[in-house]
Ligand binder design. Structure first.
Ligand SMILES: [Zn+2]
Length: 475
């Protein structure tokens, strides 16, 4: 295979970003209650039966009388001391009567037979600081998304669910960060590119030869690309296109030209209500309009949506719709400045997918900006909302979505009331049909080109072979 993105180029990771469940620490006082009741009963028996009768002799009561006032003064103190001792004794008995006795960071705890490290930590009343889920560049994707804590049992590493044996010594420290899954891709130093006559909504530039290619890793959640090795020499590139092939009922909703007054916020609310994740292709100079606009992008990011640049100026020097009409330097600046505007608003490294203004992406344009992006993202379903055909028409377009579709909509660039209304009506209906709404980055993880090739019988007129552009390893 002459192509770069074959099986070997994408060695690591599974088909989907592995969601690692974080163990919830549950307090489970069940066995404790019964232990306490039984202890209390036995103690009561002891006091009544063991009470010495001499205490009530006449001499004793006379003494009590003569020192009565002093004794009365100390009675509350005596009672308090007694109570403390009693509580201490009960606690001790509980720990003692529990089937499993252990120490957590030096503190004694009693545990039931069926127990876990997480239970022991709760029992000991220890608060641990969880780690975070971090991107390939080390930036935080989700606070508390890491392991809840790190534990050892008698010096051996333990999981939150590990059982604690009797007389064990459990040591607990703060949780650790978990790094997102990633895939590898080759990078090229490309002077210009030609098309390979492929077709599809997702476009990328590859080198003609993998010899001298560089190497980068891309986070499967963040979409952040980190260069590991630089390409060693310049070469011609090939612009290759493909669509996401999947049978799963997943759709990527995409919104262009925001952030925008009111509509962006309304769309975010609707997405929240429907548990939907989407991708926003934002325009840099819109973000710089003011703090409210930057706050909208931050809200998009914090809600788990994917934010990518749609350039800084919407290709202003390219008549507002075509980077191809601009110089190489101007193209690079419009893209990278757009990414920086996002990073300023979100405080995190920008996802390196990109949507070209007007969808215009010639091989030459692609070659110019290829070092700064992973993929140019087009669409497979245009709702034509920008033509304002009426909310009903936009809704009907949305309802024609099929598995793997990338849906084009706009939250900015004009009055988007119809888009909002259509979305509000269509999302619950699509959910009823079994669809979930994912980011483009997530949608990539559903791509199963081998299966589609079998299904279609393959069209090998380009000799290109499908599915080599984004190949997942076994999961
Ligand atoms: Zn646009």
């Amino acid at each position: 295979m002459r192509n770069s993105y074959n099986n070997n180029s994408f060695g690591s990771g599974g088909r989907r970003p592995r969601t690692r469940s974080t163990e919830r620490i549950s307090s489970r006082p069940s066995t404790r209650t019964s232990a306490r009741t039984s202890t209390r009963t036995s103690r009561r028996n002891y006091t009544t039966s063991g009470m010495p009768s001499q205490l009530f002799s006449p001499s004793a009561s006379a003494m009590t009388y003569s020192y009565g006032s002093n004794l009365r003064r100390f009675l509350p103190l005596i009672a308090a001391v007694f109570l403390v001792l009693l509580i201490g004794f009960i606690g001790f008995s509980c720990a003692n009567s529990a089937p499993v006795k252990a120490k957590v960071n030096g503190k004694r705890v009693g545990l039931p037979e069926e127990n876990t490290v997480a239970m022991a930590i709760t029992e000991a009343g220890i608060n641990t600081t969880p780690g975070s889920l971090v991107a390939v560049d080390g930036s935080i994707i989700k606070e508390n998304g890491g392991t809840p804590f790190t534990a050892t049992i008698n010096g051996e590493p333990a999981e939150p669910r590990s059982p604690v044996p009797n007389r064990a010594n459990v040591e607990v420290t703060a949780g650790q960060n978990i790094q997102e899954d990633y895939y590898e891709r080759l990078t090229y130093n490309i002077t210009d590119a030609t098309s390979d006559d492929s077709w599809g909504s997702i476009r990328e530039v590859k080198g003609v030869s993998d010899e001298g290619a560089g190497r980068a890793i891309v986070g499967r959640i963040s979409g952040v690309m980190v260069e590991k090795e630089k390409p060693t020499f310049e070469q011609q590139g090939v612009l290759h296109m493909f669509d996401i092939e999947t049978k799963e009922r997943v759709i990527a909703l995409t919104f262009d030209d925001g952030p925008w007054d009111e509509t962006t916020e309304q769309i975010l609310d609707i997405l929240d209500e429907n548990d939907a994740k989407a991708t926003f292709f934002v325009v840099g100079n819109r973000i710089d309009e003011g703090p409210e606009m930057a706050a909208l992008v931050k809200r998009e990011y914090d809600s788990g949506h994917q934010i990518c640049t749609h350039t800084y100026s919407h290709a202003f020097e390219g008549a507002g719709y075509d980077l191809g009409l601009m110089t190489h330097d101007a193209r690079v600046e419009d893209v990278t400045k757009g990414q920086k505007a996002i990073e300023k608003a979100t405080g995190s490294k920008c996802n390196q997918m990109f949507r070209a203004p007007g969808g215009n992406y010639s091989p030459t344009t692609a070659a110019s900006i290829s070092p700064y992006i992973t993929y140019e993202i087009g669409w497979t379903l245009d709702t034509l909302d920008w033509q304002k055909p009426g909310a009903k028409a936009v809704e009907e377009a949305l309802l024609t979505a099929s598995p793997g579709d990338i849906v084009l909509m706009h939250d900015g660039g004009g009055d988007r009331e119809q888009t909002v209304e259509a979305l509000r009506a269509a999302l619950p209906k699509l959910k009823d049909k079994g669809y979930t709404f994912v980011t483009v980055e997530e949608l990539m993880n559903y791509h199963q080109p081998e299966k589609s090739e079998e299904a279609s019988g393959g069209s090998d007129d380009t000799g290109d072979g499908k599915g080599e552009e984004y190949e997942e390893a076994n999961s």
